[in-house]
Design a binder for this molecule. Structure first.
Ligand code: HEM
Length: 377
């Protein structure tokens, strides 16, 4: 290695990041045009490669911290040196910012993200824990920032490549060759390890097992019901309107993503008085909280056809963990799901401890019976 060259590790990091960014741009622009499972896969490939760029950038900064970089030629005017340093600092900054904006974007999204088709994406906790409405607002913000930073980064990359070519073709001052890959020379162990890491990651993203299938619930053959007991009476009701987004694969339950939105105005017991009570501020208060949401990512297997979702229920603006064991039976693309759980209504501010002098059970039973067809059948 020439002393005016970057080390093989620095070169490996530079070219690996360049290659990934080269793939990320067209993928970012094109992925919205895909449909169904391919769209999900394209988005998750983009997210996974993007987060890899972030990891490699961190390694790169660590490398820079412990290593000196080749000197710029003495013939280079001071103004050009300053411009080159500023351009490089901006490239680092824009790359970090775009990856963080991407990470923030998926941390405020309602859609699931799977890292290299292997595991759920780790989300930024202070963003993923925000209430749904705040998340939506932040999501828009990060979406705009991510797109804008794309154009900033692209402009910086174009300037960077133009500068490199000017040094390589016109000035021939050795700046370009200091970062040129040394094909044919024996690479260092670290550079080989970095390239193997990159190739392994890329391979993993292309050859992973199939992602969870999307399912569409058939409302005419499905029911979401609740049951509360008090004063010797049992009140049963159903939610007439709800939306369920389900991604599930029995062979990869860890990739499960479920979101059920309930229209709280659609709760009906068959008794006008009881329905009116449910719509009061004391009970569901749909005027202020028109929807309730149950969202879960990843299911645990609990024996043949049995799984458990550890999700979060948001009801009357209160979010609490609720685990939901379910049984699923899939036959030629149609799934029948039954699930049952209990929630403590007082946790969500639904009703009071006693109602009209009657003791009412705090636990309310929720039962779910869904029939769904696989969309990518
Ligand atoms: C250097 C790294 C990255 C580059 C160059 C890049 C580039 C892009 C580009 C050009 C788009 C299209 C923007 C548009 O159509 O307005 C995009 C979209 C997107 N990117 Fe990235 N990205 C990077 C990293 C990431 C990361 C780390 C994540 C998440 C972990 C991510 C998540 C997304 C998502 C979710 C979208 C779709 C946004 C939407 O729905 O409008 N990106 N990206």
């Amino acid at each position: 290695m020439n002393s005016s060259d970057y080390t093989p590790a620095a070169k490996a990091l530079h070219w690996l990041i360049a290659l990934l960014i080269f793939v990320l741009f067209p993928l970012g622009w094109a992925m919205d045009d895909f449909t169904g499972v391919q769209k999900f896969q394209a988005f998750n490939l983009h997210k996974s490669l993007g987060i890899t760029v972030l990891a490699l950038m961190v390694l790169r900064v660590i490398w820079r911290f412990f290593n000196s970089v080749p000197e710029l030629p003495a013939s280079m005017p001071e103004r050009q040196r300053k411009a080159a340093h500023a351009a490089h600092a901006l490239l680092y900054l824009a790359t970090f910012l775009i990856t963080f904006a991407g990470w923030a974007l998926i941390s405020t999204s309602s859609k699931p993200s799977v890292l290299f088709q292997v595991t759920n994406f780790p989300l930024l906790p202070w963003l993923s824990d925000l209430p749904a409405d705040d998340k939506k607002a932040y999501h828009h913000l990060f979406e705009g920032a991510h797109g804008f930073l794309g154009w900033v980064l692209l402009a910086l990359i174009v300037a960077h490549i133009a500068g490199a070519l000017y040094h390589a073709i016109v000035l021939k001052d050795g700046i370009y060759s200091s970062m040129k890959p040394n094909f044919g020379k024996k690479p260092s162990g670290l550079a080989v390890a970095l390239l193997a890491f990159g190739a392994g990651f890329l391979g993993l993203s292309g050859t992973g097992k199939a992602v969870a299938s999307e399912w569409s619930v058939k409302p005419e053959a499905s029911q979401i019901a609740f049951e509360a007991t008090g004063g010797g009476y049992t009140t049963k009701g159903t939610f007439g309107q709800y939306r369920a987004e389900i991604e599930f694969d029995p062979d990869a339950p860890e990739q499960t993503a479920v979101r059920v939105l309930l229209n709280m105005n659609s709760a009906a017991t068959g008794t006008a008085d009881a329905d009116e009570a449910l719509r009061s501020a004391e009970f569901f208060n749909p005027a202020q909280f028109p929807t309730a949401q149950y969202a879960a990512r990843g299911a645990q297997s609990a024996g043949a056809g049995k799984y458990v979702l550890n999700g979060r229920l948001t009801l009357k603006g209160v979010t609490k963990p609720v685990s939901l064991p379910f049984l699923i039976n899939i036959k030629s693309g149609t799934a029948h799901v039954t699930a049952e759980t209990k929630i403590n209504r007082l946790d969500f501010g639904v009703g009071q401890e006693t109602m009209a002098g009657l003791a009412v059970d705090n636990d309310v039973k929720l039962t779910i019976d869904l029939t769904a067809v696989r969309l990518d059948n």
